[in-house]
Design a protein around this ligand. Structure first.
Ligand code: KG4
Ligand code: ZN
Length: 357
């Protein structure tokens, strides 16, 4: 019986301090031995958003404790760890630096390989923690900072098909929530409000709905919400607005995913039919339902991470670490923190204009 790799993952890109130990069983199925996530919601609540300096300070205070908890809970000894994987970007540089330096220091003192991980690749691979997932697959990444369709051919092989041209979807949820007087981060609360509201009460715009391929836009939607919020008086009207907002988002995602399906098949052939939806907003049950319905209609397989692994966590970082470990893709200890780190570096560079998108 060969020893299976044991990976320690560390995540500190934004406002969650997280550590996780994963391995795989004899069949090669990834197994989470522990996953500890410490959220900083209470630290940032009164400011209505993440304050980078406070977030970094909180990471510094907690990272060793959280890592110790992950090791204790996993039942392994520290020396059993085969590699340390830490998020190197994208994210807030002051936050990234904490987990990255900590991960490098551990790798160095334990004399084990270090693996720098792209946080977005963590989200992209998170469904592997509970489902069998073969390449190629179409990925819809919907988080607080990103909204993209990507064709995924293999580890590190991403081709962007579409992206938001303004706000990320999670950001649109959070801003709508803020306008309705809901505390940060409001995305999950909008889902709760929407359950009590009439989704047809307010007609909201769907920017670039009929053009732009599978690119998306949410800024106009947010502005429309702001206009209506000013006239709202009752709680019921708030629920109705949340429901109308969420329904509009569902319609946008349904239509744009359908376009992305076509583009994905054009690239990968007609048999390619796996659709992965990941990132914080993928926790939204109504969005899961609508996209599952689309997949049933279009003969695609819908794959979602478990709800508790949609938001930021370190198990997904360890998952990328596990794949890279098996390919011996190790990083140098001087690997920089990269606040901007697109999955598809090629597409992100607008040739001629010399700007990164
Ligand atoms: O992936 P994530 O945890 O962090 C980033 O990498 O950005 O995503 C956080 C985003 C936040 O905007 C949050 O409001 C949103 O995901 N979110 C939701 C739900 N749960 C989290 N949005 C809509 N419905 C939810 N249930
Ligand atoms: Zn994330």
């Amino acid at each position: 019986m060969s020893k299976k790799p044991i990976i320690l993952g560390i995540e500190s890109s934004c406002d969650e301090t997280a550590a996780s130990i994963i391995t795989e069983n004899e069949q090669g199925t990834p197994t989470i031995l522990s996953s500890i996530v410490s959220s900083q919601v209470d630290v940032h609540k009164e400011f209505g958003g993440v304050v980078p300096e406070l977030a970094a300070r909180s990471h510094i205070e907690k990272i060793d404790l959280i890592t110790k908890k992950a090791i204790d809970k996993s039942g392994i000894m520290l020396d059993d760890v085969d590699a340390i994987a830490a998020t190197a970007g994208p994210g807030l540089i002051v936050c990234l630096s904490v987990g990255l330096s900590f991960g490098k220091a551990m790798a160095s003192s334990l004399n084990k390989p270090f693996i720098a991980v792209n946080h977005l690749e963590g989200h992209a691979l998170s469904p592997k923690l509970n489902s069998k997932l073969n390449y190629p697959y179409l990925l819809l990444l919907i988080s607080g900072g990103h909204t993209q369709f990507l064709s995924v051919k293999g580890l590190g092989e991403y081709k962007r098909l579409g992206t938001t041209i303004d706000d990320a979807l999670g950001e649109a949820f959070d801003k709508t929530a803020k306008m309705l007087g809901i505390e940060f981060p409001g995305g999950p609360q909008i889902e709760e409000y929407a359950k009590k509201g009439d989704p047809d009460k307010y007609k909201l715009p769907k920017p670039i709905f009929h053009k732009g391929g599978c690119n998306l836009s949410f800024a106009g939607l947010k502005t429309a919400v702001l206009r209506i919020v000013k006239k709202i008086k009752t709680d019921q009207e708030k629920y109705d607005l949340a429901a109308s907002f969420q329904k509009t988002v569902e319609e946008i995602l349904y239509k744009k995913s359908k376009i992305a399906f076509k583009e994905f098949k054009n690239i990968n052939g007609d048999k390619a039919n796996i659709f992965v939806v990941a990132g914080g907003v993928a926790a939204n049950k109504k969005i899961r339902k609508v996209l599952t319905k689309l997949c049933n209609e279009e003969n695609f397989n819908a794959i979602f991470p478990p709800i508790n692994l949609c938001g930021d966590n370190a198990a997904m970082i360890a998952m990328v670490g596990l794949e890279k470990y098996k390919l011996k893709q190790f990083s140098e200890l001087d690997h920089p923190a990269k606040p901007r780190w697109p999955l598809d570096e090629e597409a992100a560079f607008l040739k001629g204009a010399g700007v990164r998108l």
